[in-house]
Design a binder for this molecule. Structure first.
Ligand code: SAM
Length: 234
């Protein structure tokens, strides 16, 4: 279960109404049964029930069951598409171990707004589901040119461009094993010519093909993360 509260030996963790409903109403947690808690910072802790009520409750941390496992420093940058597909991208990126998820507004991006809180909740659920101890941060929507203007020194960019027949396996040879990376996936309509030019000229850009077929953006995000993991992940 994800909680915001700090976790540590003997630490009491208050539960809100939804969490209490889930644990005691839905999961029918028996007295004394341990609950695995994580908050994205302190690893995973086994906790026991100290108080159980309909509107809340308290758990007490007993012992750490997993240390915090930080993912590799990989950003997934993507242009938001339809709601359900955007949710899918965030969920899969969190499952596959992205450290940060950055929705970006490109020239052909249809949505001008995202529900950052909703997407962050999807990232939490995905981390919960796959037993992670870390939750990637979902950033607010940012404009692509602004992000490129403020590009962090040393971060490599895997620019997924369907118009380019590149070789993904070269990624490993081209950079340091532990360099920070970002993957960039475009919207349904792809990138404009001006954007492609800028991305091709970006000093840290590695232009990558995901194969001969044009993939939907959500498929492309999963394929790109898989290739990156294979070439550079742990
Ligand atoms: N521009 C295209 C069009 O309208 O025909 C389609 C864009 S595709 C649906 C969405 C994004 O997925 C692209 O901008 C690119 O980042 C990524 N993508 C899809 N297929 C790809 C491939 N074969 N190689 C590299 N990137 C791909």
């Amino acid at each position: 279960l994800y909680v915001e509260h700090p976790l540590g030996a003997g630490q009491s963790v208050p539960l809100d109404r939804d969490q209490a409903h889930y644990l005691f109403g839905v999961m029918r947690l028996a007295d004394g049964a341990p609950v695995a808690l994580f908050n994205g910072r302190d690893g995973e802790w086994q906790a026991g029930v100290a108080e159980a009520g309909k509107r809340g409750g308290t758990l007490v941390c007993q012992e750490q069951s997993k240390p915090l496992q930080l993912p590799p420093d990989l950003w997934l940058m993507f242009a938001p598409i339809k709601k359900a597909r955007t949710d899918f991208i965030v969920e899969k990126a969190a499952e596959m171990g992205a450290a940060r998820i950055l929705p970006v507004q490109t020239e052909f991006t249809n949505s001008e707004r995202i529900r950052q809180d909703r997407l962050q909740a999807h990232a939490v659920e995905a981390a919960e589901q796959c037993g992670g101890t870390y939750v990637p941060d979902v950033a607010e929507l940012q404009k692509l040119p602004r992000l490129l203007d403020q590009w962090p020194a040393g971060r490599e960019l895997m620019f997924c461009d369907e118009a380019e027949a590149g070789n993904t396996l070269q990624l490993a040879a081209e950079t340091q094993k532990n360099a920070p990376w970002a993957i960039l996936i475009g919207p349904e309509g792809g990138f404009s010519e001006a954007e492609r030019k800028r991305l091709h000229n970006h000093p840290q850009s590695h232009v990558v093909s995901l194969g001969p077929r044009i993939l939907r953006a959500d498929t492309a995000a999963v394929a790109a993360m898989t290739l990156w993991q294979q070439a550079l992940g742990d």
